[in-house]
Design a protein around this ligand. Structure first.
Ligand code: G3H
Ligand code: ZN
Length: 281
């Protein structure tokens, strides 16, 4: 069934498991994420990013309604999250489309601007019953961004600043920069576990790890034990999708029916989701 994000985050935090949040680009992503979660017997978050909306010619409603229907038919609890949003016109659509949460992302702006825009969005979104996540520090590597080293100290979240930011904005969850970076196709990011512990001790809200595709399994498990609650995974699914399509096309160069190879892609993504949910405990 479709459930509210807040319910899943609260349960994950209480039980001490990492809540997998996977990026939906196509309908098959949503189907695969739910199939993987059902196979693992875990709840899951389907998240749609502003970049995915751009891919759908600027429309959120079509992919959101499809994801909502997939969630409603699931045998495990599934929440819908709108991810990495800068456009106000976009986050204002969330409540009407079944989303339980929104990440407003003003992390590339100077601190004061991030604070001001986030605070305004939090007020309006919480009034509509939505759970709000935002980012402090820079995870980097988002589409259209100059690559930023995950190891650049200026990019890391400062615990004291994080505490002040959470208190001032009223956000429900905080995305932090602790060594991971978006869109990594190799799994060799080293997380700063000491920093994770310091931030977790300094802020009262659950922490969110972005760019988790590039983080090795053991590092992910350790981050969850150290206080990371929502674990965002996108690129790993696309690696699985594209790898399966490539393998199918190479083995069967005469194929024309897209169902043949997209079926393989969907199965590969589902297996990837099941694997990650096992790692997250
Ligand atoms: O918000 C989404 C994520 O941070 C996914 O990052 O594609 O590097 O796994 P990733
Ligand atoms: Zn992210």
């Amino acid at each position: 069934p479709l459930v509210h994000t807040a319910a899943l985050v609260t349960e994950a935090r209480r039980e001490g498991f990492g809540l997998g949040a996977f990026n939906v680009i196509t309908l098959e992503h949503a189907e695969a994420i739910v199939a993987g979660a059902e196979a693992a017997g875990r709840p899951v978050i389907l998240q749609i990013s502003e970049n995915a909306v751009k891919f759908h010619h600027g429309r959120l409603d079509v992919i959101a309604r499809a994801s909502q229907a997939v969630a409603a038919g699931a045998s495990v609890p599934v929440a819908l999250h709108l991810d990495h949003v800068e456009s106000e016109a976009l986050w204002r659509q969330a409540a009407g489309l079944g989303f339980g949460s929104v990440m407003v992302d003003y992390s590339k702006l100077p601190y004061d601007e991030n604070l001001r825009l986030t605070t305004g969005a939090v007020e309006d979104l919480q009034a509509e019953g939505l759970y709000v996540e935002s980012e402090l520090g820079k995870v980097g590597g988002k589409e259209g961004e100059a690559p930023l080293s995950a190891h650049a100290p200026g990019a890391r979240t400062d615990p004291g600043e994080a505490a002040a930011y959470v208190a001032a904005t009223g956000v429900d969850a905080l995305a932090v920069a602790v060594g991971s970076s978006h869109a990594m196709t190799s799994r060799d990011a080293a997380l700063d576990h000491e920093l994770i512990a310091r931030i977790a001790a300094a802020v009262p809200v659950p922490l969110v790890l972005h760019g988790s595709s590039g983080v090795p399994d053991e590092e992910l498990a350790r981050a969850v034990k150290g206080g990371m609650v929502k674990i965002n995974i996108g690129t790993a699914l696309n690696i699985a999708f594209t790898g399966a399509v490539r393998a199918h096309l190479e083995a069967d160069p005469k194929v024309v029916d897209p169902r043949k190879y997209i079926k393989d892609a969907r199965a590969a993504m589902a297996a990837t989701v099941e694997h990650f949910l096992g790692v997250l405990g």
